[in-house]
Design a protein around this ligand. Structure first.
Ligand code: IPM
Ligand code: MG
Length: 356
């Protein structure tokens, strides 16, 4: 089969990590007989430098003409003085909205070979750690009206419609059916009206999934439970802002934010795939980044958008074997231990894909 992939490398370490994910895709292609053709387009700071705007129309067009989108990361101090409407992060929000990517899937699991990179005491992990954050991605306070009054008082409008809650809730219940049949809906319904709507709507959707266990947590408690006993979670269903925060928390429990992939899905099969970490300007251009989150994002693309689950397994299996063999980038190496470069890690994963 032939697939057209839009490639948005972005800023900082973006180009380095995306290059390794493309190599992994090509290696899978050779092995299973697929061709991936890539069309690159600028986004974020790179786009500001090239054409003056963070999300050029041509970039959106290229994404819309693709089977799926692979993204690195955006942002960096160089563009901090841009007006809010042209910040690199704005491009990320813009492309999510333009492509209708309302469902952000962020799996966090403990990789056995990295168990000692986990900052929690071993007894906190007796029930393991294998959860997915299903985060709503195109609404909430991220996309509400923003304003500042003459006296400086500032506003960010937090909004949700029943339809927006319903479609993300369905995604979460469907996901739970593929996993351990358990959804935890996270909100702040003791304070926020949007959260009360969230809860009512999730309860209604749940009636269609009697086989899935549902419970609710307030977000402050959820943040605490995540570090006390992360093994109690299967699917965490939550809004845009809470999901942003909880997914960073979940990622660091796994040992490194450099390990976590994500998928952003729409109603069509086209999705956008990116690591959950940022552009890490401090290590950009040094061949030091961990490409694994991006490589695993490419695996999610194979699974969720291109319907190639065996090929996705091939990448994930290769990553596991590379870790088992003791290969480490700087972020997951023990202090004082040797570590490898970003491109060497990419290469190690590719040879494992070939041999697997
Ligand atoms: C993420 C990031 C983005 C977000 C930023 C860069 C706008 O933190 O993807 O989690 O808040 O969604
Ligand atoms: Mg975030």
């Amino acid at each position: 089969m032939e697939f057209r992939i839009a490639v948005l490398k972005g800023d900082g370490i973006g180009p380095e990590i995306v290059a390794e994910a493309m190599k992994a895709l090509d290696t899978v292609g050779e092995k299973f007989g697929h061709t991936f053709t890539y069309e690159e387009a600028p986004i974020g700071g790179a786009a500001i430098d090239a054409v003056g705007e963070c999300l050029p129309e041509r970039t959106v067009d290229i994404c819309q003409g693709s089977d799926s989108v692979l993204l690195g990361a955006v942002g960096g101090p160089k563009w901090d003085s841009q007006p809010p409407s042209n910040r690199p992060e704005k491009a990320l929000l813009g492309i999510r909205k333009e492509l209708g990517l309302f469902a952000n899937i962020r799996p966090a699991r403990l990789w056995e070979p990295l168990a000692d990179a986990c900052p929690l005491k071993p007894e906190r992990l007796k029930d393991g750690l294998d959860l997915v954050v299903v985060r709503e991605l195109t609404s909430d306070v991220y996309f509400g009206d923003k304003s500042r009054d003459a006296d400086g008082r500032s506003h960010d409008d937090m909004t949700y419609s029943p339809e927006e809650v319903e479609r993300i809730a369905r995604r979460a219940f469907e996901m739970a059916r593929q996993r351990r049949n358990h959804v935890t809906s996270v909100d702040k319904a003791n304070v926020l009206e949007t959260s009360r709507l969230w809860r009512e709507t999730v309860a209604r959707v749940a009636e269609g999934y009697p086989d899935v266990e549902l419970d609710y947590l307030y977000v402050d408690n959820a943040a605490m439970q995540l570090v006390l006993n992360p093994g109690q979670f299967d699917v965490i269903l939550t809004g845009n802002l809470f999901g942003d925060i909880l997914s960073d928390e979940a990622s660091c429990i796994t040992g490194s934010i450099g390990m976590l992939p994500s998928a952003s899905l729409s109603l069509s099969s086209r999705g956008m795939y990116e690591p959950i970490h940022g552009s890490a300007p401090d290590i950009a251009g040094k061949n030091l980044a961990n490409p694994i989150a991006t490589v695993l994002s490419a695996a999610m693309m194979l699974r969720y958008s291109l319907n190639l689950p065996q090929e996705a397994d091939a990448i994930e299996g290769a990553v596991n074997r590379v870790l088992e063999a003791g290969f480490r980038t700087a972020d997951i190496a023990k202090p004082g231990d040797e570590y490898m470069t970003c491109s060497d890690m990419g290469q190690a994963i590719c040879s494992e894909i070939r041999n697997g």
